[in-house]
Design a protein around this ligand. Structure first.
Ligand code: MG
Length: 100
């Protein structure tokens, strides 16, 4: 299973909790990566440091919708963990979402 973990206001909301989550996910044989809306051309020292410490990769979507960006980079998550779900679907996917 592939799990996309948002960084800002998700991982950073409780770094100890999500660090334990990352270690558990990896111990169960699943793959987890940070998927962030951030631009890759910035220093991003905090996320790079946390990714290095946890031994996971980072996908920077460069302020584009997350789902199509990850697919374009050859990685399709099965599960998203994110404080801002509106950044996940592509623009065509949003049109199929109806409100209750
Ligand atoms: Mg976030």
């Amino acid at each position: 299973m592939k799990i996309a973990l948002d960084y800002d206001k998700t991982f950073t909301a409780d770094k100890a909790l999500f660090s334990s989550f990352v270690r558990l996910v990896k111990s169960k044989g699943h793959e987890i990566r940070f998927v962030t809306f951030r631009k890759s051309n910035k220093p991003n020292l905090d996320i790079k440091s946390d990714a290095r410490r946890l031994g996971i990769k980072i996908i920077f979507t460069d302020e584009k919708q997350k789902s199509p960006s990850t697919i374009n980079q050859g990685w399709k998550p099965d599960i998203w963990v994110d404080d801002d779900p509106s950044k996940i679907p592509g623009s065509t996917g949003l049109s199929s979402i109806s409100s209750i």
